[in-house]
Design a protein around this ligand. Structure first.
Ligand SMILES: Cc1cc2nc3c(=O)[nH]c(=O)nc-3n(C[C@H](O)[C@H](O)[C@H](O)COP(=O)(O)OP(=O)(O)OC[C@H]3O[C@@H](n4cnc5c(N)ncnc54)[C@H](O)[C@@H]3O)c2cc1C
Length: 450
């Protein structure tokens, strides 16, 4: 649909180099198909520092959390996240409620009696934001347990090339020929508006907004869950109930990025940025309420003059569509509040991602919601193909004038994309795995007879 390939992988020229407005890191190594595909190529670089411990945790009044306390709280939180898998599966409520309960349990132990409760509460609030936009309101704890993080470095970037490098490797392309092996096979700027899949001849008709039409034996649908939710008339006839339940009840969250380019860095080389702990009283200007969803600001790798802010939650849509003057005003106010001792300079340029408002995505990534659980649905149901009964495909050795081939189940509509991954949803490796899964489904269907 877009004027480029890549979807939520989007690398842009910015300041002295590139930025990724969507996926940025290869998250883990063991069991990560992206890492496995590129590990011999020396294209990745580990972050080499700890996002929790090497970063200042600062209140909006400028107070920095004492380091010894931070070490203690991070240790507590890591033990909750890493060691209580069975409790998580048994949980009834949201992941946020689970974290609150476990955190309180740990803090009541004798070795935590000295921990300052106010700092602990501020830390927990920001930690939940970092875990995801809907952690507090809608992400179901038991569903979250099905996510399987890949062991190994969880923040490997693509050096000065951006995630686009991976797309090039996938299609064997280069700077001059971005589409590589797929040259001539991709129609850009071509939005599918209707997929008719219940035709008498067993084919599928795909209609685009520019009136182009395609007839196909199979269609692999990889649009985001946000697009599936919004475009309820994309399929004719409507999809089966189980599929509609999955589309309606799996959650789709909002995350956004804000990039600020400065003439010169106002921070020193070793500075890793900060995680923001907003205090209620510090944000009493209604037109700036959206700032409270920005939970961290860090220097961007391979970009000496760029800071990246992350936001998650209900205000991301506002941030992604806000007027640039107000955005600059808000970011300056935030930097001054959190970093009162630094000499903040005016950014030269600010840009934001647009995932929540871009009709090609309509959100950032999927998560297991409370309704996913109540309606007993999830990525497995979304991944199920829509099948029809049809004659078996003709194998190379099978030639007959009379069509006496056996009837078989033919996958007609196949579904891939991150939201169809039961254990790696919300990631690029989950999306890639799902594509391979559906490719195998199709080759399996055709190879059965050979
Ligand atoms: C801010 C952000 C940061 C992230 N960071 C990371 C990270 O560090 N590491 C990581 O592994 N993952 C990260 N992710 C998640 C990762 O980007 C996604 O999980 C992954 O890229 C999704 O791939 P996909 O193929 O499922 O969907 P998409 O990449 O969204 O592809 C869907 C495609 O469908 C097209 N489309 C939509 N509607 C139509 C239509 N009607 N007709 C035709 N085409 C259409 C779109 O143009 C798009 O090309 C991040 C995501 C975001 C938003």
């Amino acid at each position: 649909m877009a004027d480029r390939i890549g979807g939520r992988i989007r690398t842009m020229k910015f300041a002295d180099n590139y930025i990724d407005t969507g996926a940025q890191w290869v998250n883990g190594q063991e069991g990560n198909v992206v890492y496995q595909m590129v590990k011999e190529l020396n294209v990745l670089d580990g972050k080499g520092w700890d996002t929790f411990l090497n970063v200042d945790w600062i209140r909006s009044n400028g107070e920095i959390m004492p380091h010894s306390l931070l070490v203690k709280l991070v240790k507590v939180m890591r033990s909750i996240v890493e060691q209580h898998h069975d409790d998580l599966i048994e949980s009834e409520g949201t992941y946020g409620e689970y974290l609150v309960e476990k955190f309180a349990e740990h803090l009541s132990k004798p070795d935590c009696h000295h921990v300052n409760r106010e700092w602990a509460a501020d830390f927990l609030r920001t930690f939940k934001k970092m875990e995801g936009a809907a952690v507090d309101t809608d992400m179901n704890a038991a569903g979250y347990a099905s996510f399987r993080p890949c062991k190994g470095d969880s923040m490997q970037n693509w050096r000065d090339q951006g995630f686009k490098q991976f797309l090039r490797l996938l299609v064997n392309g280069d700077e001059m020929n971005e589409h590589g092996l797929l040259q001539g096979c991709i129609d850009l700027n071509c939005r599918v508006r209707r997929i008719e899949w219940d035709r008498l001849d067993g084919t599928i008709q795909v209609m685009c907004e520019d009136n182009q039409q395609y007839v196909a034996d199979h269609v692999v649908i990889t649009v985001s869950l946000g697009v599936l939710k919004k475009n309820t008339r994309l399929f004719f006839p409507n999809l089966p109930l189980a599929k509609r339940k999955a589309i309606n009840f799996i959650g789709f969250g909002q995350v956004c990025k804000i990039f600020a380019e400065f003439d010169e860095p106002f921070w020193h080389e070793e500075w890793r940025g900060f995680n923001a702990m907003w205090c209620a009283d510090d944000l009493n200007q209604p037109q700036l309420e959206w700032l409270s969803d920005i939970y961290s600001i860090h220097p961007y790798a391979y970009q000496p003059r760029v800071l990246l802010g992350w936001a998650a939650g209900p205000n991301t849509e506002i941030i992604e569509s806000i007027d640039s003057k107000l955005l600059t005003h808000g970011i300056m106010l935030m930097l001054r509040k959190f970093l009162p001792k630094m000499k903040i300079t005016q950014p030269k340029l600010l840009v934001t991602s647009h995932w929540s408002i871009d009709p090609a995505h309509l959100g950032a990534y999927s998560y297991p919601s409370m309704l996913t659980k109540s309606y007993n649905t999830g990525p497995e149901q979304l991944a199920q193909p829509v099948n029809v009964l049809a004659y078996e495909p003709i194998g190379q050795s099978f030639v007959s004038l009379l069509d006496i081939r056996p009837i078989t189940v033919r996958p007609l509509l196949l579904f891939a994309g991150e939201a169809t991954s039961p254990d790696h949803y919300s990631t690029v490796h989950g999306a890639v795995e799902s594509g391979l899964r559906e490719a195998r489904r199709l080759t399996g269907y055709y190879q059965k007879d050979l």
